[in-house]
Design a protein around this ligand. Structure first.
Ligand code: MN
Length: 498
């Protein structure tokens, strides 16, 4: 499900014909060596493809339009090895629609003190040419990532790898389609939003179905398929019976297996990558999908509860962006539930009524069947676990009426002090940065929701770059946040994004 295209990034070197053929030969050789080193580094999650040196308006325009048209090209890395008069770039950049990286590097690392002459200076003048190019990109108001440093350095390669992940998020955003089974929960404000504007800004298609359209798919699942998937559950997850009868417990689990197969078929057939349910609108479903949704999320589907399509799309986005990270720790919908306010131990207990993604689990995952205090269906089966420790980000995309704002809070995930045997849901526990009180105050000031799209694998910088490419505001709550400055940032954003 997380399968995306075989994405590649194009490497485009800018120059001009003023310095003669020998210089241009060197330029092409240097670019080839850089691209080769990038691909051999093992640091970049996607392949870099070398393109011929660009020395004219026509070749620049042709190459950037070819990048637009190539489905596998997820972005272009540009570098001005020599001087490349930037008016040549205007038409190409004007038509270019993909993520742009400006790699501000230089082939040689050190000044060759003993041999340097004017020929060398003319050949190696990105310090000069990249400023000319950067000027026009700024003048044209094009969002791009600038990465500065020697191409062979670990720092530059890591930054390039990080930008590639953002670029995949930008590219894949327009492929996200959300199926809503039921509308937003009545009277709830923060899960609402402008779906037309979301499609304009993010490219998301957000459709609605009657939940009984799904029930038809669930009812059509064969008993043999249900048995096979239920057997798989029993082989993967520990069973916590809570005193229930074995056979009765299994019947409840089978309902979720049937839902998983039906949901998966529905989403695959109709090409949806994210899904929304609502515990109050279950039609002919016997249980609120719990285990079924948890399994889909673990496979890379986005999910939002109570009609929250914004979170569903964001979870899908963060799952794609995190998928190429080495040893990923997972992403999920989370919900701010309960506080621990003991001084020195402050934190927020995260959970949902069922649907927390087991990709974030630390250690064993168990199955339980327990009553749901909301809704009027059978006791649903669900997966239970606690989440991993370590740094992560919680994000909330809110609709402020005139614009979207993406709130990003860096958080530190921890273990709770004691087990919580009576709590039958997957949980995480974190302290927001910079500290509990400031983090919560800033979050509420920014209008952040109780539902979040949460990831251990995607960074604040990647989400900020994604938001910039989408043309929306970000409000960042991290170790440097203080309330006075944060309020001023929100005020400035109010003016800028009007
Ligand atoms: Mn909820």
């Amino acid at each position: 499900m997380l399968q995306t295209k075989n994405y590649k990034f194009w490497f485009c070197t800018g120059s001009q014909d003023l310095y003669g053929d020998e210089c241009l030969r060197h330029v092409a050789e240097h670019s080839a060596k850089i691209v080769e080193a990038f691909n051999a580094s093992g640091k970049l999650p996607y392949e870099v493809v070398l393109k011929p040196t660009l020395i004219s308006q026509a070749s620049i325009r042709e190459t950037l339009n070819a990048a637009n048209a190539d489905d596998e090209c997820a972005g272009v890395i540009t570098w001005m090895h020599t001087f490349s008069p930037a008016k040549m770039w205007i038409l190409g950049l004007k038509e270019f629609r993909k993520p742009l990286c400006h790699l501000h590097t230089q082939f040689n690392e050190e000044i060759p003190y003993d041999t340097i002459d004017m020929d060398f200076m003319n050949e190696n003048q990105s310090a000069h040419g990249d400023r000319e190019y950067g000027h026009i990109v700024t003048r044209m108001g094009i969002a791009r990532r600038i990465i500065v440093g020697h191409w062979a350095s670990e720092d530059v390669q890591n930054k390039l790898a990080s930008w590639m992940i953002t670029a995949i998020g930008v590219t894949e955003s327009s492929h996200i389609r959300v199926a809503r089974f039921g509308d937003n929960m009545n009277n709830v404000a923060v899960t609402e939003g402008d779906k037309v504007e979301a499609q304009i800004k993010f490219g998301w298609e957000i459709d609605h179905y009657c939940v009984n359209d799904l029930v038809d798919y669930v009812d059509a699942v064969s008993a043999a398929d249900v048995k096979a998937l239920t057997d798989e559950y029993y082989s993967k997850y520990k069973v916590i019976l809570d005193g229930r009868d074995d056979a009765e417990f299994r019947k409840h689990v089978e309902v979720q297996a049937q839902q998983e197969i039906g949901l998966r078929k529905f989403l695959e057939e109709k090409n949806y990558q994210a899904v929304v349910t609502h515990f109050g609108m279950l039609g002919g479903l016997k249980q609120l999908p719990g285990l079924a949704i948890q399994r889909l999320m673990a496979d890379g589907y986005g999910f939002g509860a109570e009609g929250d399509w914004k979170v569903a799309a964001m979870v899908r986005l963060m799952k794609i962006m995190g998928s190429k990270v080495k040893n990923p720790k997972g992403a999920s919908l989370m919900e701010d539930y309960t506080y621990n306010l003991v001084p020195g131990k402050e934190g927020i207990l995260q959970a949902h009524m069922l649907e927390v993604c087991p990709s974030v689990a630390d250690g064993d995952v168990s199955m339980r069947v327990c009553p749901l205090s909301m809704g009027n269906r059978e006791d649903p089966a669900r997966l239970i676990f606690t989440a991993k420790e370590g740094p992560a980000i919680a994000t909330s995309l809110v609709d402020l009426g005139t614009r979207f704002r993406l709130i990003i809070n860096e958080v530190e995930c921890k273990k709770v002090e004691k087990p919580m045997p009576n709590l039958p849901v997957g949980t995480a526990y974190w302290t927001p940065k910079p500290d509990f009180a400031t983090g919560c105050e800033a979050w509420i000031l920014a209008g952040g929701a109780h539902h979040t799209a949460f990831s251990y694998d995607v960074t604040t910088d990647q989400m900020v770059d994604w938001a910039e490419a989408m043309g929306i505001e970000t409000a960042i709550i991290d170790e440097n946040t203080n309330i006075r400055d944060f309020k001023n940032t929100l005020r400035l954003n109010e003016a800028y994004y009007r």
